[in-house]
Design a protein around this ligand. Structure first.
Ligand code: NDP
Length: 687
């Protein structure tokens, strides 16, 4: 489709969705321009929007609706939402092109955002209970008799997650913040950057039209944040992405400070990529480095918080790298992003281009431009002046100690080559960025990679080591991944976005609960040793509908004999001397004689507690936390106590998981083995 086939949008005021309705501002708003043609796309204003009322609505309506759902129910909604957005992604692509994005850039933003929803959905189902409370860590014994114990729980904050986003990822940015908040049970209020808010407005419109989201769980404010932050309380959170300067200002907002509001910032950073000394021309790593640098400079026209700004190269390879990078950059065609021949689109706005040109002036004091002209670019299918086009610009600073490359960020297709002479020096130079989102090392030398990763890690949220082995599968320097930390120390904001379940827990309060085992069992919905157990019908005869936490069976005793141990050794082939050689076993400092195999103990325990006939228990799918605590000798008597610990029905199946506490004891009552048995159990008994 050519750019001109895009249906003309009538200029209109973007809407906000607050208090359960779409609203428009009371004034005419500020115009927003198409990054490619300069045409007005829409107007934006938040004048007259009741920010305090929006937060109150989220707390009063959205929070309770979300908290009624379990983690798994919320996860299922995220998955359905992701599928819904995938069906409508062409609508998002069409608007994305107006931000200057190529098709590839749009996929990064749109499909990347949808991918985050899918990823959180599956993590939520796999790593969180089908419950409303999260148990964090093990039960801690607090008294000798076992009547006083403690554990940490996490519950959703009762406020709203205020999400202030940057202009460069109008879809992925909101979704990567919304997903963990939603999974945690906290409503979101999305505030997109004004420049590209028309795309986020469309995204929110699609999300609401899905009718999947509980009322109040998602609100949108287009335009300035106004007095929004004046209304945040200790139960709200603020997650910010944008410039370091705005992050500093918002972090110090009086209401944020007064109420100790959780404030997470992800700000621009001077990310580096380091070429190893082994990666000389002709090696796979040399080519990978050059290719990655050009990709990072040109994807999204370099408007990525993770893009490579400082390219560190061994001094003796600087000329070779410069030549290879320039050669590749020369092949990048700039222009109308809807033209299939175009590799790089426009910056998000003319203001943004001016900002980059200003930064380039400062960078030029420390180095010289070796590729590109900041004031001139040939463009394909567009007007270079009306659209916010800029050539990729590569600088070379022969003195790596100059301050500018480590301090000035040009948020566009700009990078600086810098020489280094040793691993120690490059680690020091990397640290001069004062904290980055991501750093990459491209080398085939694992020792060099280790030195650089361990040296530079304290200044980085994420590090990628690229070599010939992982290149094919590597997701690249610039791609944050929902299962890994995205954020960085210092200048990068000091926060963490994404990061899997860590990001969910960020929206929850961790509380240490001290109580008796009975009460702690009730609070966490998970049986704690020392809490009452109930014996009666064998618990393996009960469906999920009938089973209760604490249901248990005590089975045994069974005496372990010499011939059991000898038979097990021969049968399995595990003839380790402690089970087979009396003299050698006697000399073992831990056993002092023949002992039974641990796996024999576990097998006997299963033989004791099993209820063999077909029934609601469908399968045993594993053991966790298995520990052998006391050696078992021939003649010892084993008894096993199996207690239903946690019940996790599956949302999309007619069975669920049951975790059982297994405690195998000897005649003296000492535990010889403890572990969790994991089974799949039918929700209803077979008729
Ligand atoms: P800003 O820091 O100016 O804005 C980021 C977000 O904060 C926007 O939603 C903006 O809203 C909002 N904001 C600004 N001031 C306030 C305030 N006083 N109260 C509440 N919200 C506020 O960044 P830009 O998006 O304008 O980009 C500027 C620079 O930031 C770039 O040139 C680049 O260096 C860096 N950047 C870093 C990114 C990253 O991911 N780390 C991403 C994008 C930019 P509004 O747009 O309505 O002003």
């Amino acid at each position: 489709m050519s750019r001109h086939a895009t249906p003309p949008m009538s200029t209109r005021l973007l809407r906000s969705y607050v208090g359960g309705e779409w609203r428009t501002a009371a004034d005419e708003g500020t115009p927003l321009h198409d990054a490619v043609t300069g045409e007005e796309v829409a107007r934006v204003s938040s004048t007259g929007i009741d920010m305090g009322g929006a937060l109150e609505y989220g707390r009063r309506v959205g929070g309770p609706a979300l908290r009624e759902l379990t983690f798994h129910q919320r996860a299922a909604l995220l998955k359905a939402l992701a599928s819904h957005l995938r069906e409508h992604r062409d609508e998002l692509y069409a608007l994305s092109a107006r931000t200057g994005a190529t098709r590839g850039d749009s996929m990064f933003d749109v499909d990347g955002g949808i991918g985050v929803l899918f990823s959180y959905s599956s993590k939520g189902r796999r790593e969180l209970p089908n419950d409303t409370v999260y148990l964090d860590g093990a039960v801690e014994p607090l008294g000798k008799a076992g009547t006083f114990v403690g554990r940490h729980i996490a519950t959703p904050l009762r406020g709203v997650a205020v999400q202030i986003n940057a202009f460069n990822f109008p879809v992925w940015g909101p979704l990567e913040k919304f997903a963990p908040a939603f999974l945690a049970g906290v409503p979101s209020l999305v505030k997109p950057a004004s420049q590209t808010a028309y795309l986020t407005e469309k995204l929110v419109e699609l999300m609401l039209a899905s009718e999947l989201l509980p009322e109040g769980s998602l609100q949108l404010v287009c335009g300035s944040a106004g007095d929004l932050l004046d209304h945040v309380t200790e139960q709200d959170l603020v997650s910010f992405t944008g410039s370091a300067a705005t992050a500093r200002r918002l972090r110090a907002h009086p209401a944020v400070v007064r109420n100790a509001v959780r404030f997470n910032a992800e700000a621009d950073s001077l990310n580096c990529s380091i070429l190893g000394p082994d990666a000389t021309p002709g090696t796979a790593e040399f080519d990978l480095y050059v290719k990655q640098l050009v990709t990072e400079m040109t994807v999204k026209a370099g408007q990525k918080c993770t893009a490579i700004r400082r390219a560190f190269v061994p001094a003796e390879l600087l000329d070779d790298v410069q030549e290879a990078v320039c050669e590749r950059l020369a092949r990048i065609s700039v222009g109308d992003p809807s033209n299939p021949d175009v590799r790089m689109g426009a910056l998000a706005s003319l203001e943004q281009r001016e900002e980059v040109r200003r930064s380039l002036k400062a960078l030029s004091d420390a180095g010289r431009i070796v590729f590109g002209d900041p004031d001139h670019v040939e463009v394909v299918g567009a007007d270079a002046e009306r659209g916010a086009f800029l050539s990729p610009v590569l600088l070379r600073a022969d003195d790596p100690q100059r301050a500018e490359p480590h301090e000035v960020e040009a948020f566009g297709p700009v990078s600086t080559l810098l020489p280094y002479t040793s691993a120690e020096q490059v680690v020091e130079l990397a640290a001069r960025g004062q904290g980055s989102l991501v750093g990459s090392v491209v080398t085939g030398d694992a020792e060099f990679a280790r030195d650089v990763v361990l040296g530079a890690a304290p200044w980085h949220g994420r590090m990628l080591v690229l070599d010939a082995d992982d290149a094919k599968e590597s997701t690249g320097h610039g791609s944050p991944l929902p299962m890994l930390v995205h954020g960085g120390p210092g200048r990068a904001g000091g926060g963490e976005e994404l990061g899997g379940i860590r990001a969910v827990l960020h929206h929850m309060q961790r509380t240490a609960v001290q109580a008796s085992p009975k009460v702690l069992t009730a609070v966490g919905n998970s049986w704690v040793p020392g809490a009452p157990r109930s014996e009666g019908v064998h618990p393996f005869r009960k469906s999920l509908a009938e089973l209760r936490i604490g249901d248990s069976v005590v089975a045994g005793p069974r005496i372990v004999t010499d011939s059991d141990v000898a038979h097990f050794a021969e049968f399995t082939g595990d003839t380790f001397y402690a089970h087979t050689d009396e003299a050698a076993a006697a000399a073992n400092p831990l056993f002092g004689g023949i002992v039974a195999h641990g796996y024999l103990v576990v097998s006997f325990a299963a033989g004791l507690f099993v209820s063999p006939e077909p029934g609601p228990v469908l399968a045993n799918y594993g053991l966790e936390n298995l520990r052998f605590l006391t050696p078992v000798k021939p003649g010892d008597e084993l008894t096993v106590t199996l207690t239903c610990k946690q019940i996790t029905p599956r949302e999309n199946a007619d069975y669920g998981e049951v975790r059982w506490d297994a405690d195998v004891t000897n005649a003296a009552g000492d535990s010889v083995a403890k572990y969790d048995v994991l089974t799949l159990v039918a929700k209803e008994a077979a008729r």
